[in-house]
Design a binder for this molecule. Structure first.
Ligand code: SIN
Length: 535
């Protein structure tokens, strides 16, 4: 058994920021299932939102966030996050993050505009903001003697007092408490126990539940799935954000075409060259993402085309290239000069607004289990996340969680005498082809039946398929040795189930959840959809 004070699951922005908040008073162990830069944070293009200019105000940022969230944001969370946004960004700058400066006045930062924001307030580092922030934070993390980052360690499940009691045939405590996690060493297949005073789920998103996604391969919803299995409350999983513009490149990997391109004047056109957003929203290309994604979906259904086009050709070529070097390079590698011809784009799954429910400190319904970043549902995003609020949420909640954990740590001791992982009679690992097939099946029916526009019938179909798939996964899980693929597959299936179940329960359309049987919003549903596994 390995022990630590704080076990952080995931090496993205939320995890690193939490580690840095606590490292002067605690030993922090960060686990990542592949290499440490493979998560979504490093790939974030757009930036981080803060009312930075004197003519902007945190109250306006609050208003924009609430409008996007369509009645389901927690106001106190939104207000605190927007009010403290400048401070959180300044802390990043103090850590060494270099945001782009204005070309007219290098004392000022260059601010981008994105959909749903009433003004320019996105600090960015070209179109590589995430990788710049992570560079600076990793420099700090690597220099700190109290933080260890371990790669190729994948958490299988959390260990809680309730689980222990049930396994021993005892009555579980009324308030559950986390004790640690079982962790798969991905090269050897060994499962180790990590005991910890505090565990933080910072495992990122779940875009891999869908066939088309802007997310990296690692985004298999691990934090949400393991939090749910442990008995934590999970909320709002029906609100999956589809980014309107990912590169359409059949046979290639999806690649995000940042909303900031529309903020700089990019125009969406159909295959006939005609702009179409005026038919859907007076804010045109800068309407909130759900509206733009649905507009594109409707255009594709209406015309039967495979993609629409984002046109940047009327803008100064040098400026476009200078602002978006990463997107420019990716498009060129795909044979597209974005300054000369419109970029073919389609929507793709981008961000899960739901997740493991937390309070204002980022703590879940299980004592000492925190959830931060995309795998959390803090109440900031409500039914639809405002662009560039996610990096902000990650750092904001990491700081508040750090304060709360720091206050408690002194009175806590590291758990002792916990049971090691029991491999039982597990046989050789299940064949890779079987896991690949099941994964592909889930991603396809999630895309086709639980996508941008839903119906109750399609959701029920997805649920029937999931029941069958889950039965098969359960057999593989217990009868064969664990592999990273089977652990991720189980997580994907759990998250898919949570999305479908939540979508079926919300009998109205709101924010990102649009269902043809109930096309209007209904006041009776101004509440979070909460799911909790009963033992
Ligand atoms: C983008 O650059 O369009 C993505 C930003 C975000 O998801 O907040």
């Amino acid at each position: 058994m390995l022990t630590t004070d704080v076990l952080v699951i995931g090496s993205g922005l939320a995890g690193l920021r939490l580690a840095l908040s606590l490292a002067d008073q605690a030993h922090v162990t960060v686990l990542t299932k592949r290499t440490r830069v493979q998560g979504s944070s490093s790939q974030a293009q757009g930036g981080i939102a803060a009312a930075w200019r004197p003519e902007d105000s945190w109250e306006a940022h609050v208003d924009d966030t609430l409008v996007a969230g369509a009645g389901l944001c927690r106001r106190e969370v939104v207000e605190r996050t927007a009010r403290e946004a400048k401070l959180r960004v300044q802390e990043l700058i103090d850590f060494g993050v270099e945001f782009d400066r204005s070309k007219d006045d290098p004392h000022l930062y260059d601010l981008h505009q994105e959909g749903g924001h009433s003004t320019r307030r996105i600090l960015h580092a070209k179109d590589l903001t995430g990788s710049e922030i992570m560079r600076a934070l990793f420099e700090r993390v690597d220099a700190h003697p109290n933080i260890e980052v371990h790669e190729h360690l994948m958490v299988v499940d959390l260990l809680t007092e309730g689980w222990l009691a049930r396994t021993n045939g005892d009555i579980p405590p009324s308030e559950d408490r986390v004790l640690g996690a079982y962790v798969l060493e991905t090269s050897s297949g060994e499962v180790e126990l990590f005991a910890a005073k505090v565990v933080a789920l910072c495992a990122g998103g779940a875009g891999q539940v869908y066939l088309h996604t802007t997310n990296p391969e690692v985004a298999s919803g691990d934090g949400i799935a393991m939090g749910y299995r442990a008995g934590a409350r999970v909320a709002n999983m029906e609100f999956v954000q589809f980014h309107p513009t990912s590169l359409y490149y059949p046979g290639g990997r999806s690649f995000l075409i940042s909303e900031a391109l529309r903020g700089e004047g990019g125009v969406l056109r159909g295959a006939d060259g005609e702009p179409f957003m005026a038919r859907y929203d007076e804010r045109l290309e800068l309407a909130p993402r759900d509206i733009v994604a649905r507009a594109i979906d409707a255009e594709l259904k209406r015309t039967g085309d495979s993609c629409v086009y984002l046109d940047m050709t009327h803008l100064p070529a040098d400026e476009t290239r200078a602002h978006f070097p990463n997107i420019d390079a990716w498009c060129r590698a795909s044979g597209i000069d974005l300054t000369k011809r419109p970029i073919p784009v389609v929507p793709a799954a981008h961000y899960v607004c739901g997740g493991v429910m937390t309070d204002l400190h980022g703590e879940t319904s299980i004592r000492n289990l925190f959830a931060l970043g995309e795998n959390a549902c803090t109440g900031l995003h409500g039914a639809n996340r405002l662009a560039s609020n996610s990096l902000l949420e990650a750092v904001s909640f990491a700081v508040h969680a750090g304060v709360e954990i720091g206050r408690r740590l002194g009175d806590m001791s590291r758990p002792q005498g916990l049971p090691e992982w029991d491999t039982g009679n597990a046989g050789d690992p299940v064949e890779q082809v079987t896991t690949a097939h099941l994964w592909d099946e889930i991603r396809r029916f999630m895309w086709n039946y639980v996508g941008i526009v839903r119906t109750s019938r399609r959701l029920r179909r997805a649920r029937r398929r999931l029941d069958l798939v889950n039965e098969e996964i359960r057999d593989h899980y217990w009868d064969y040795q664990l592999t990273p693929d089977i652990v991720e597959l189980r997580n994907i299936a759990t998250v898919a189930e949570l999305v479908v179940e939540s979508a079926l329960r919300r009998r109205e359309s709101r924010g990102l959840h649009y269902i043809l049987d109930y096309p209007e919003s209904d006041r009776r549903f101004v509440r979070e959809t909460v799911l909790q596994r009963r033992a």
